[in-house]
Ligand binder design. Sequence first.
Ligand code: ADP
Length: 308
Amino acid sequence: MKVGIVGAGMVGSAAGYALALRGGASEIVLVDRSLAFARAQAEDISHAVPFAHPCRVLAGEYGALEGADMVILAAGVAQKAGESRLSLLSRNADVFAQVIAGVRNAAPDAILLVASNPVDIMTDVAQRISGLPAARVIGSGTILDSARFRSLIAGHLGIAPQSVHAYVLGEHGDSEVLAWASARAASQPVERFAAQVGAAITQDVRDRIDDGVRRAAYRIIEGKGATWYGIGAGLARIVQAVGGDQRSVLSVSIVTPEVEGVSDVALSLPRVVGREGVIATLRPELSGTESDALRRSAEMLKDTASRL
Ligand code: ADP
């Protein structure tokens, strides 16, 4: 599997590094506005390869993406402290118009994996500009938020995150929805599991977990300016699902025909991900409050995207 990465900054390089360490790509090609920078990042990542899986890590211009099966779009300008994801929008939409033209020219069949924020809007923008089917333009969406949600529930219950299934839906950002009603631990509703191990999920616990998921990026940005390792690993996870035709169920963002009465909006729902991109979308069971919150999240995203 040949994987391109456009934007060799913190997120793009972290994705390349995670991919090199996890395995799943035979070739990784980094492209950036600055070729010298892309070359330096590629050389640095290639030095991790002898300690990981066989893989060629290169840098080049857009032409070097020829034959890529998947291209990660991580170009753009970074989110500043206190800046909402949505305020990044206009700056990053301009970058995408240029980047997607270059990618489509070199690798017209590649699945696009959008990482730049605000990721749901950028996914919508990428799908519109590229003209590709929605199933082949995937945003990392809430993959990381769902992972945080699972690990915080798991930590409270004293079990491994792998034994928890729970999803964060809607926007990757302030309006995201933690789907408690469908959260399961060892196939049981989490409240029932919690009662059996004497770790009740009180309102305080819910609030703490909600804050831990929803505010995580803000806390990291406050401490170190931006986030990259978690999302880098999340992107590598999506690439593996596609490359291995794994049909894993991941919460990722694509333009979706209808969500809670809102049409053609890019947001995250649990989706089956394999070789052709998104193969199916699932609708988790939601409480009335959760459905309302998902509708509001969808309306907000739709409204922002339609103003472009
Ligand atoms: P992040 O934390 O989101 O990765 P960075 O600023 O570290 O942010 O990385 C963004 C990368 O995108 C930079 O390396 C920058 O050079 C690159 N970039 C910005 N605009 C373009 C563009 N038009 N084409 C290709 N790369 C771009």
